[in-house]
Design a protein around this ligand. Structure first.
Ligand code: HEM
Ligand code: HEM
Ligand SMILES: [Fe+2]
Length: 441
């Protein structure tokens, strides 16, 4: 670690890690409702509340991870201290407080009801303030030295796009069709646009530092990647406009452009692997490299393959809104964004704590356990989804009868979820172990 203020990233990673664990707990609680009829929590935590908390925690911990990652990356790229470490801390606490208010609100029934954007308007306004403080701090840091590296540019572009797209989710529109039209401007353009840019920048930075590969070589790919992501990702929004009352041409736009969407992901994976092969010898932090390569591979399968499998209108008309969708949601979010944040944590944490060498055994155990069980979760949900499509959409059985036939696969999903939770716990323990060892150094 070159700059003292990079340390603010630690608190972001700490909060992100705790919220990740809590997200998994709520995942298990939500999943249990599919497996057992008996639900002692039904009056305080019905399915919709539990699900909302599960996915909100997901988004909040991922955003906190991105912010921590940015606070770690920018000083090194800009070659200066963070403009205001105080503001960076304040902004984290404000974000956490809004998160707590949101969860308490959901339990009390205070919710918009739209997935991922359930937060009531006043809390959304608070989130906008958090985003503005964050962007201001990052931008002022970059401005101090004006060293406009491509990595910094892509990161800033991604973060600004992320914040701007959120604005389309702040206002409540009475017409549900319009509401969902713009809902996708946030959800789709986040995960297939803005977040991809942030991911590309952070990944490029970690690979650069970890492997000592040429900056020019990695930055060249960043340009191609950004161009392609924006080109395919923006038009790819069409794959959400098939059945919500939008004009028929979206069937074509969605089908064609989202079929191209895996291309940039594939390039990114191939390039990461190529870089790794050509790296200069002697990478001591192997666990960070594993997370980076694992992220690239799981990103490709989760987003590219599982997304593509249901993206053509001819297929989507059957699978839309089934557990096939949820299997892709889990696979893509974990592979692309959870793993990116874990890559950054394993890269940055040892440096923040001043560790030259550290035991990586528990880290590897967490890596394999989480990845294995996530794949199991995804496969179980996919089969549950196929059963659902067959009975409900093809045979025409009603919703609840169909759910009965899916029970076995929900149970397999829940059991794999328990395995995943064990892997997550190993990661949490490892995080604290690494975090503590710093106190000594
Ligand atoms: C990392 C990137 C991605 C993430 C995190 C992600 C996540 C998600 C999530 C959570 C949903 C469910 C939204 C909802 O209805 O509540 C979804 C839906 C969908 N995604 Fe992705 N996705 C990614 C990339 C892709 C890509 C690259 C494709 C196409 C090649 C794709 C195709 C789709 C389609 C077609 C749907 C709609 C499914 C339906 O009709 O129910 N996604 N995605
Ligand atoms: C112990 C592990 C987990 C369990 C048991 C679990 C369970 C669930 C359940 C039951 C749902 C609701 C599905 C529905 O609406 O029918 C859900 C939604 C979701 N979960 Fe998980 N989850 C777990 C871990 C995770 C992880 C690690 C991630 C991402 C990193 C994640 C991301 C999501 C997403 C994105 C959705 C929304 C999907 C959509 O809109 O289609 N979950 N989860
Ligand atoms: Fe999408």
């Amino acid at each position: 670690m070159k700059y003292e203020s990079q340390k603010v990233a630690y608190k972001y990673f700490l909060f992100a890690t705790l919220l990740f664990a809590l997200q998994v707990v709520f995942g298990l609680l939500t999943g249990a409702k599919y497996v057992w009829n008996f639900d002692p929590l039904i009056h305080i935590l019905p399915f919709n509340t539990s699900r909302a908390i599960h996915i909100n925690l997901l988004v909040v911990w991922l955003l906190m991870g991105f912010m921590g990652g940015a606070y770690y990356l920018v000083p090194e790229e800009a070659e200066t201290e963070i403009y205001s470490p105080w503001l960076a801390n304040f902004q984290l606490y404000l974000f956490a407080a809004i998160g707590v208010a949101a969860i308490a609100g959901y339990i009390a029934g205070w919710s918009w009801g739209m997935p991922f954007l359930e937060q009531p308007t006043i809390l959304k306004a608070g989130i906008v303030v958090v985003a503005l403080l964050f962007l201001y701090n990052i931008f002022m840091t970059m401005l101090k030295t004006r060293k406009w590296t491509t990595i910094q540019g892509v990161l800033l572009g991604g973060l600004v796009l992320l914040a701007v797209m959120f604005l389309f989710g702040v206002f409540f529109m009475k017409n549900l069709a319009t509401q969902y039209y713009f809902w996708w401007w946030v959800i789709h353009l986040w995960v297939e646009g803005a977040w991809e840019l942030v991911t590309a920048a952070i990944m490029a930075f970690v690979l650069l530092k970890l492997t000592g590969v040429d900056r020019e070589r990695i930055e060249k790919w960043l340009y191609i990647e950004v161009g392609l992501v924006l080109f395919t990702g923006i038009a790819g929004i069409g794959h959400h406009y098939y059945w919500i009352g939008t004009p028929g041409y979206w069937l074509w736009v969605g089908g064609i452009f989202s079929a191209l969407e895996p291309a940039p992901i594939l390039l990114m994976v191939a390039d990461t692997l190529k870089d790794v092969r050509d790296r200069k010898a002697g990478i001591t932090n192997r666990i960070a490299l594993y997370w980076a390569v694992g992220c690239a591979v799981m990103h490709f399968f989760g987003a590219g393959v599982w997304g593509f499998a249901q993206t053509l209108p001819q297929i989507n008309k059957w699978t839309h809104g089934t557990q096939v969708t949820a299997s892709h949601g889990h696979f893509a979010f974990f592979g692309a964004y959870a793993m990116l944040n874990l890559t950054m944590v394993y890269f940055a944490l040892p440096q923040i704590k001043g560790l030259k060498e550290f035991s990586q055994r528990l880290g590897f155990k967490a890596f394999w356990t989480m990845n294995f069980f996530m794949i199991m979760m995804v496969l179980s949900l996919t089969v549950a989804g196929v059963v659902q499509v067959y009975f409900q959409r093809i045979m025409g059985l009603d919703y609840l009868t169909t759910q009965g036939y899916m029970r076995l696969w929900y149970a397999a999903f829940g059991a794999s979820g328990l395995g995943f939770a064990a892997g997550c716990l190993m990661y949490v323990v490892d995080f604290f172990r690494l975090g503590k060892s710093t106190a000594k150094s």
